[in-house]
Ligand binder design. Sequence first.
Ligand code: HEM
Ligand SMILES: *[C@@H]1O[C@H](CO)[C@@H](O)[C@H](O)[C@H]1NC(C)=O
Ligand SMILES: *[C@@H]1O[C@H](CO)[C@@H](O)[C@H](O)[C@H]1NC(C)=O
Ligand SMILES: *[C@@H]1O[C@H](CO)[C@@H](O)[C@H](O)[C@H]1NC(C)=O
Length: 342
Amino acid sequence: MDHNKNSYPAVFSCLIIILYSVHLINAMPDASYYDKSDGPLSYNFYDKTCPSLGMIVRWGVWTALKNDTRMAASLLRLHFHDCFVDGCEGSVLLDDTKDFKGEKNALPNRNSARGYDVIDSIKTEVEKSCPSIVSCVDILALAAREAVVMSGGPFWPVSLGRLDGLTASEKSANEQLPSPFEPLDNITAKFVAKGLDVKDMVVLSGAHTIGFAQCFTFKRRLFNFKGSGKPDPSLDTSFLSNLQTTCPNVDKSNTKLAALDSQTINKFDNTYYKNIINNTGLLESDQALTGDPKTASMVKDYSSDSFLFAKDFAASMVKLGKIGVITGQSAGQVRKKCNSVN
Ligand code: HEM
Ligand SMILES: *[C@@H]1O[C@H](CO)[C@@H](O)[C@H](O)[C@H]1NC(C)=O
Ligand SMILES: *[C@@H]1O[C@H](CO)[C@@H](O)[C@H](O)[C@H]1NC(C)=O
Ligand SMILES: *[C@@H]1O[C@H](CO)[C@@H](O)[C@H](O)[C@H]1NC(C)=O
């Protein structure tokens, strides 16, 4: 019996070794095995110039998450807010200067975006090993991926070689980032304007499977929905009363937090979609995905197939990470510090 039990893994190990060898033999003579380029970017961009990059980023994200689990969500959102505003070029990381008002104080980011300090400290470590080699935007793209993987979500390959931009714009951030109060059609249009589509929008919204939102981002659903004097009728009643306890009408500060996915708060899974199907989506913009037949059918698919969600989320993150990248030396630089241009 014992022998039989053990012989299966042995057979599989042999098979894996054989298949792997065949793969290596096939790949070896191919030049693209060494030059893993991906358009203007490349998967092995820093392999020679900063071989410890991957390890430093992983360590930095891991220690940040160990102290504050929510930081995974915050890093993912920061990468989204970087890429969605004038492209992935690290603009979200820049402080205001006398020449421009940056994105940190734009409405969607002010008192809301987090993780700048984590990126800054990873950058400091990277500079010690490989000074002036690795851009801040690439560090953020890698950190977002590590954060999702460490939260139980999918891995996606991050091609590298983006340069940091030279400016940032508060106006662009206010105009280009989606608001939880605008209709689905408007949010869709913002994704399309970035070369993303409806499917990308639905699957990337699944990022709201982790992290938190402040009361003011959903409070009008709780007491006075669209001037009706009543709560949003689409909200599950027990979920509604929990939220009314978290965000009482009398609390005017509205900065308390509610989990975007109240069922599995810190776990990157497909529960977000299950929630919106049973009317426990937190933001209006989350719940709106069930209100349109096209997006509703995707929500249904992702709610019932966690592998499909993981696969499609990874693919859309790759697309997100390539929006408006800068690779020409004249238009960008490798910042020495992430919060200011050189
Ligand atoms: C579809 C349109 C979207 C809207 C309207 C939206 C809106 C919001 C809002 C209002 C919050 C709460 C912010 C706060 O209260 O401080 C939030 C949090 C978050 N968003 Fe989105 N978002 C959208 C898409 C995305 C996408 C595409 C991603 C990433 C791929 C993302 C990732 C996150 C994460 C992870 C959080 C939690 C952050 C934390 O806890 O620090 N969101 N979003
Ligand atoms: C740990 O996380 C808390 C927030 O939960 C934050 O205020 C604090 O600065 C973090 N500490 C370190 C060392 O990052
Ligand atoms: C949605 O987009 C339309 C057309 O661009 C615009 O007129 C309208 O003000 C937007 N609605 C909201 C709530 O942002
Ligand atoms: C909503 O869905 C979640 C996840 O499947 C489930 O655990 C929860 O009990 C549901 N809530 C309601 C009110 O149906």
